[in-house]
Design a binder for this molecule. Structure first.
Ligand code: SF4
Length: 204
């Protein structure tokens, strides 16, 4: 079986936010900061330092590298809780209030799929910790979420294998996207004729 190119686990979150965003990052190497990414970096600052601590019979493993040969994914978990019964529970830190995001849940589920392959036992649930509201939301790795996650991973790989950045489609999420000024979705999602006219405005 050919070896799959490992894709960054966090790219799955980007893909579910917007396939063009994932493509701009992985194919063209674009990175950019905005207030949302800076706040996200601050939230991850502590969780990004590898190490462990024990509290109330729970061992907290920070920044543990994870991978899956089957899915062709690698990355790291912000925190993994190891409970007294031996169960593992991945926790993902997110900026913002407690809300449900399909992309956060899928990213967490992908971490669980990696852990299951690495350790050989099932991971039943994880949690998303929302920094702004300081609340955590439990995420059950249901068959539906597992199916959605594996489907998204497969679509992400098809996108990467195709090697083409999809066109922009302007949507409310664009306003919060750190690649907004690189992507220019209002211009690049115009019909082709209008796009050419807009491009001519910048010709010298
Ligand atoms: S600005 Fe909008 S279309 Fe462009 S990458 Fe971001 S979310 Fe996608």
């Amino acid at each position: 079986m050919p070896v799959k190119e490992m894709l960054p686990l966090s790219l799955l979150n980007d893909y579910l936010y917007c396939p063009r965003r994932a493509a701009l990052k992985i194919m063209e190497g674009w990175r950019a900061e905005n207030s949302h990414t800076v706040r996200g970096d601050i939230v991850h600052e502590h969780a990004d330092l590898p190490g462990y601590e024990v509290a109330k019979n729970v061992t907290l493993l920070r920044a543990l590298p994870v991978f899956s040969d089957r899915l062709g994914l690698s990355g790291k978990c912000d925190v993994i809780e190891r409970h007294a019964d031996g169960s593992l529970l991945p926790v993902e830190y997110k900026k913002g209030k407690r809300r449900q995001f399909e992309n956060d849940d899928a990213q967490l589920c992908a971490q669980a799929l990696c852990l299951e392959e690495m350790f050989g036992f099932p991971i039943q649930c994880g949690a998303v910790f929302h920094a702004e509201s300081k609340r955590r939301r439990e995420v059950l790795f249901t068959p539906e979420l597992r199916g959605l996650t594996e489907q998204a991973i497969s679509q992400l790989r098809q996108l990467v294998d195709a090697g083409r950045v999809p066109p922009a489609q302007f949507k409310p999420a664009c306003e919060e996207c750190s690649l907004f000024k690189i992507c220019l979705p209002r211009v690049t999602s115009l019909p082709a004729s209008l796009g050419r006219a807009a491009a001519r405005l910048f010709e010298t």
